[in-house]
Design a protein around this ligand. Structure first.
Ligand SMILES: [Zn+2]
Length: 202
């Protein structure tokens, strides 16, 4: 039974390692950030200190980072989201605190450790559609940005080329008709230019 639990925990750990190691890929970074935001909400600094046997009184405690005994040195701010030590000047959030006290070399191991020690279920691609909907939202934003950029190129090209091409046409109706055609013809070029520009800007 114990062996089984251990195996399960290990598998969970490996799964989390895979998802939360922010090595490469936008998706991993996305989940990593989500996990950190979630932990900050779930595990307050007060809760963390008390779980580690450090007494918190009126938002103050002794600083376990520099190992001091002054019970007022370590100040908890922002409803338990931030800390600051008057003695050693250490400051940060719950992740920074866990990194300092548990000697994590990487942020992600601190994230996994906090999640396991405090029973926090971290958001992950299998548990929600967050990633997908975020991608969709981003695609919509990208599309409308591309649309606006393409339109502005189209108008600029029309201003640049339109005058010279259309001024020779004496008949006003014909000129307007040619103008509309030219504007339409410039759409494709403008779209290509806008796409290239967006690709350059990432
Ligand atoms: Zn300190």
């Amino acid at each position: 039974m114990e062996e089984q639990t251990r195996t399960k925990t290990r598998r969970l750990y490996m799964l989390q390692e895979d998802v939360y190691t922010p090595v490469v890929g936008e998706e991993k970074r996305y989940w990593f950030k989500k996990a950190i935001d979630h932990l900050k909400l779930e595990v307050s600094i007060n809760r963390y200190l008390e779980a580690n046997g450090i007494l918190v009184r009126r938002g103050r405690a002794r600083c376990a980072i520099h190992g001091g005994s002054n019970p007022e040195a370590f100040i908890i701010l922002d409803s338990g989201r931030k800390f600051f030590c008057h003695s050693c000047q250490a400051k940060g959030d719950i992740i920074d605190l866990a990194c300092a006290l548990e000697s994590h070399e990487n942020t992600w191991t601190a994230v996994v450790s906090l999640a396991q020690n405090f029973g926090v279920e971290l958001p992950s691609p299998t548990k929600s559609e967050g990633w997908t909907s975020w991608q969709k939202k981003k695609a919509v934003i990208r599309d409308s940005a591309l649309e606006a950029l393409a339109r502005s190129y189209q108008r600029r090209y029309f201003r640049v080329f339109g005058g010279a091409l259309l001024e020779g046409i004496g008949d006003q109706l014909e000129r307007e008709e040619e103008g509309r055609k030219l504007f339409k013809d410039l759409e494709k070029t403008a779209r290509i230019a806008a796409t290239n520009r967006m690709a350059r800007n990432g």
